[in-house]
Design a binder for this molecule. Structure first.
Ligand code: PEP
Ligand code: MN
Length: 337
């Protein structure tokens, strides 16, 4: 149960109220979000006299529904949220492009790619320094060296940078080098990581688990928000289905549904959804019309020589990225916002 209190409530009144709650109900958390103060009470609903609580003068709102994702829901905040990624706003009226290679592989190509993508209109640069792989024998990423190179990209080309981390232990380091921290599809259900990211000072790009529902994605975002970090961006990146023509199936329905259930911005990643680049421009057009606030695509100056050869199937060349940007510019006036 979530209770919203008037801010000017005096501490004693609240304490008395808290003490009056019977066991096994307990205050799990006191939270201040947007200058609004909340108490989160966990326990048996039968033991809580909701009507009585509602009638108390210092209570302004009681959410007595089964809550699973209150702070990320539209009931908490009706207007869409805007997340500021080091000066680049995502959500509510803007359309942003996040682009870059799958992984940081070497300084020269990283810098060259960032320079050109920024010139072509990319708003945020992406590249993985910690790569979650299905086998330990594949390239796992450059680690901290890769993050340092991304911090240099940010400085040199004046573009915010985003990258994935896998381990809560790496959060302080990522905060130092990045403007936004990505949670990958394999870690959407890693609640230990999500809770720690709630204490983090940077916005979080939370990718949907490949076998997770839309609601699960919002609940995962709630783990971050309720632990203190409201700056979460949701990312649809395809889910597993029986279809074999694409690596995953891009769930276009997720875009309007996420927008109707949650106030958080929605990013669409057609590269990891499709796993093939021939249909990326079409998927991007669909995403824009469906209301996406941003897209994230893989693009690199040398897709043919990437460490993992399979990545080239989904990685746009600079020329292809240029064409994609032209397509986006053509259809943006028709974007449904
Ligand atoms: C990525 O963005 O590089 C990535 C690994 O994505 P996902 O977690 O969606 O597979
Ligand atoms: Mn990738």
């Amino acid at each position: 149960m979530v209770i919203e209190l008037f801010l000017n409530t005096d501490g004693n009144t609240v304490n008395e109220f808290c003490n009056s709650l019977q066991n096994p109900n307990r205050i799990v958390k006191e939270l201040i979000i947007d200058k609004r103060k909340f108490l989160i009470i966990s326990g048996d609903k039968e033991n809580i006299d909701v009507e009585k609580i509602k009638s108390l003068p210092f209570i302004s709102f009681v959410s007595d529904k089964e809550i699973s994702a209150y702070f990320c829901s539209r009931s908490f905040k009706e207007e869409p949220s805007i997340v500021n990624v080091n000066g680049v706003n995502i959500g509510h009226g803007s359309f942003r492009v996040i682009a870059g290679p799958c992984a940081v592989e070497n300084k020269e190509d990283l810098f060259e790619t960032a320079k050109v993508l920024k010139e072509l209109g990319a708003d945020i640069f992406r590249a993985g320094a910690y790569k979650p792989r299905t086998t330990p024998y594949n390239f796992q990423g450059m680690g901290e060296e890769g993050l340092k190179l991304l911090a240099e990209v940010r400085k040199r080309y004046d573009i915010p940078v985003v990258s994935e981390i896998l381990d809560p232990f790496d959060i302080p380091m990522a905060e130092k080098y990045l403007d936004m921290i990505q949670v990958g599809t394999r870690n959407m259900t890693n609640q230990a990581l999500l809770k720690h990211l709630g204490k983090c000072s940077k916005p979080i790009l939370l990718k949907r688990g490949y076998a997770s529902t839309i609601e699960d994605l919002i609940k995962a975002a709630e783990f971050i928000a309720v632990n203190g970090n409201p700056n979460v961006i949701l990312c649809e990146r395809g889910i597993q289905t029986f279809e074999k023509q694409t690596r995953n199936t891009l769930d276009i329905s997720a875009i309007p549904i996420l927008h109707s259930l949650s106030h958080l911005p929605v990013v669409v990643d057609p590269s990891h959804a499709a796993g093939r680049k021939d249909i990326i421009p079409t998927l991007v057009k669909c995403a824009i019309v469906a209301g996406a606030d941003a897209i994230m695509v893989e693009a690199y100056n040398k897709p043919d020589t990437m460490i993992r050869p399979g990545d080239k199937n989904q990685t746009l060349t600079i020329d292809e990225f240029k064409k994609l940007m032209e397509t986006i510019k053509k259809i943006l006036p028709f974007k449904n916002k």
